[in-house]
Write a protein that binds this ligand. Structure first.
Ligand code: ZN
Ligand code: FE
Length: 240
């Protein structure tokens, strides 16, 4: 089974340390800063087998070559973005899968934030790594992709089991909650969840990972019924 640990990096990013409980195989997702990521790996026993990359932005890939060199890990990323990612040892595409120890990682193409964005899903452990596609109570900005692509990406996530842990790339939840409550003022589940987020943040605690069932109940972007509704929400959030 895959277990996860958040590694806070940069100002509001998370790298994710994954470990297979059967074999001890270890992977890091989006290691954009060397020092805190290496400290987390060393604290977990100093083993690193794989680096998994969700997309090409600097705040997700920057530490990759350092971390690869230090631990001898293999780097996995999107074949579509191989030209703008660190050198890949394994290039993957939609519906590919690969092993992290005894667990299977499923590759999901999740365009919208960037064209070549991919996400990783582990059914064994119930862990989703959506990078900057899905955030808690929000979604990524449409920097390269269209609203239709983002809609399709979010719709794929919505089919996963509700108790899936959403291990996204940024601690944006509190600001996202302000917009979500503004966009969906009559959603009682959201009001309750937003209050919980506010309390966690004022205690300096992380709001990530979240559960997919909470996102399905509260996240207006994941709840949008049509591409037009999602496009409208995204446009309003950009100016909020
Ligand atoms: Zn990004
Ligand atoms: Fe990012």
């Amino acid at each position: 089974m895959i277990t996860v640990k958040a590694v806070p990096i940069l100002s509001d990013n998370y790298a994710w340390l994954l470990r297979c409980s059967e074999t001890g195989t270890t992977a890091i997702v989006d290691p954009a800063e060397t020092v805190p990521v290496a400290a987390a790996i060393d604290a977990a026993g100093g083993r690193l087998d794989l680096v998994l990359l969700t997309h090409h932005h600097g705040d997700h890939i920057e530490g990759t070559d350092d971390i690869r060199a230090r631990y001898g890990a293999k780097v996995v990323g999107a074949s579509a973005d191989a030209h703008r990612l660190p050198k890949l040892d394994q290039a993957v595409a939609a519906r590919d899968s690969f092993k992290v120890g005894a667990a299977t990682a499923q590759v999901m193409e999740s365009p919208g934030h960037t064209r070549g964005h991919i996400s990783f899903y582990f059914a064994d452990g119930g862990v989703l790594l959506p990078g900057d596609t899905l955030f808690s109570l929000g979604c990524g900005r449409l920097l390269e992709g269209s609203a239709a692509e983002m809609f399709g990406s979010l719709a794929q996530f919505a089919t996963l089991p509700g108790d899936t842990l959403v291990c996204c790339g940024h601690e944006y939840t509190e600001a996202n909650a302000r917009f979500a409550v503004h966009a969906d003022p009559d959603n009682g589940s959201l009001a309750t969840y937003a209050a919980k987020v506010k309390a966690l943040r004022s205690d300096g605690k992380a709001t990530i990972p979240s559960y997919l069932f909470d996102e399905l109940a509260c996240n207006p972007f994941l709840r949008a019924k049509t591409v037009a509704e999602l496009a409208d929400l995204r446009g309003r959030k950009d100016k909020f």
